[in-house]
Design a protein around this ligand. Structure first.
Ligand SMILES: [Mg+2]
Length: 396
């Protein structure tokens, strides 16, 4: 079997890749939410995979992995890797989890991120209210996450919050030391959420990037009594094109609160220092930025060897990311906690994709589907109506 074409399109918040073979099989992958500017990157790799047998996934990846980097380049490499596994699974008549080593678990745990729900303001009461809503979701999530500090509206909306620079948008540009009032406000909001959730639902906190080391340590110690799931991305985070493991190690060694990072990091090699240096307690790679599904499995196994836990980031925030995460997390070792559930918005995705209902969350868990590949398929005539301008030939 040979790859004869690769097509790229925007649909909703996602950029999609479609790999087409000479035997009529096709595979799909997608790039992280709001990354429609990654189309040119995807198309760059087209020339390097043409004519390859897509079922030799690693052989194809050897050609393009070295031409990647932190996002947006790694996002494109990752989307192609996912589409290759979709194709390889369909060609073998097996679900992707079988190609990843098979099911370690029949049910995979996701967690809920409330970052897209509107907070009415930045008060502790508003934060308590929003996790009350998450706790009541019909999916029955057992872990919920909220953003605070540099990963929230606090720098802009809370008076006298920081001595640093408040810059919003374009991938978390704000950074700096917090005032005492600012830090107290963050702690008060976390305490309000923890009190609301009680000990029935775990609370994870997304923090940055942008924290200074003294603040990061003060925060982590101040919330030790709350038994948080983790503090995420204090030092680096989304769109940081580096790892900074030694700085994370300072924070991790100073506290019993688990420290988490990794969503922007490309390739297993760039996790080595974090893992071997015990710089974090939990890694959170995104399969759609790190180089793909097998890369995620690799890092989960290497983290497990070092006593480090795994809680992956939300894989493109779309339907293929959801399928890829479930299929891969099913085959992870027992350091697996939960993955961040993609929002799969707008809601019309469920009208144009078959098989999505098998990925529904029930009682806080997703039963791992057994259909070949990623187990979801477009209803092409319906889906074509949602293609971005200029992408009309995507399904031809
Ligand atoms: Mg995050």
């Amino acid at each position: 079997m040979k790859l004869i074409d690769m097509k790229v399109a925007t649909m909703g918040h996602n950029t999609l890749v479609r790999l087409i073979t000479d035997e009529g099989l096709e595979g799909y992958g997608e790039i992280e939410r709001n990354s429609s500017y990654t189309k040119p990157q995807l198309l760059f790799y087209q020339q390097h995979i043409a004519g390859e047998d897509p079922t030799n996934v690693e052989r194809v990846m050897l050609k393009i992995r070295r031409l990647g980097a932190f996002k947006p380049w790694g996002s494109a490499v990752s989307a192609i890797e996912m589409a290759l596994w979709d194709l390889a699974g369909k060609a073998a008549g097996l679900p992707v989890h079988k190609l990843m080593g098979g099911k370690v678990r029949d049910f995979v745990r996701p967690y809920s991120t409330g970052g897209y729900a509107p907070l009415r303001d930045q008060s502790p009461e508003a934060y308590a209210e929003i996790v009350r809503g998450q706790k009541a979701y019909p999916e029955g999530f057992t872990i919920v996450k909220q953003g605070v500090g540099w990963h929230s509206g606090m720098p802009k909306e809370v008076p006298n919050f920081t001595y640093g620079e408040v810059r919003q948008g374009y991938g978390h540009l704000g950074k700096g030391l917090l005032t005492e009032q600012g830090l107290d406000h963050v702690v008060a909001c976390i305490e309000a959420m923890a009190a609301e959730l009680g000990d029935e639902v775990g609370l994870a906190i997304d923090c940055g990037p942008g924290w200074m080391v003294p603040d990061a340590i003060r925060l982590a110690k101040a919330v030790e009594h709350l038994n948080l799931m983790w503090l995420e991305d204090l030092i680096t985070g989304d769109y940081s094109p580096h790892v900074t493991a030694s700085v994370y190690r300072e924070v991790t060694q100073a506290t019993s609160t688990p420290i988490h990072t990794g969503e922007q990091i490309y390739l297993r090699q760039n996790f080595m220092e974090l893992i071997e240096g015990q710089a974090v307690r939990i890694v959170g790679p995104d399969p759609m930025d790190m180089g793909g599904l097998r890369e995620l499995k690799w890092v989960a196994e290497y983290a497990d060897l070092h006593g480090i836990l795994m809680a992956p980031h939300g894989g493109g925030d779309g339907v293929f990311g959801l399928a890829g995460l479930v299929q891969t997390c099913a085959a992870m070792p027992q350091n697996y906690i939960a993955f961040e559930i993609p929002q799969c918005l707008p809601t019309w995705w469920k009208d144009i994709v078959i098989g999505l209902e098998a990925y529904a969350v029930k009682n806080g868990l997703i039963e791992v589907p057994d259909k070949p590949g990623l187990g979801i398929e477009f209803i092409k005539d319906k889906a074509a109506g949602y293609l971005g301008a200029g992408d009309e030939g995507f399904f031809d």
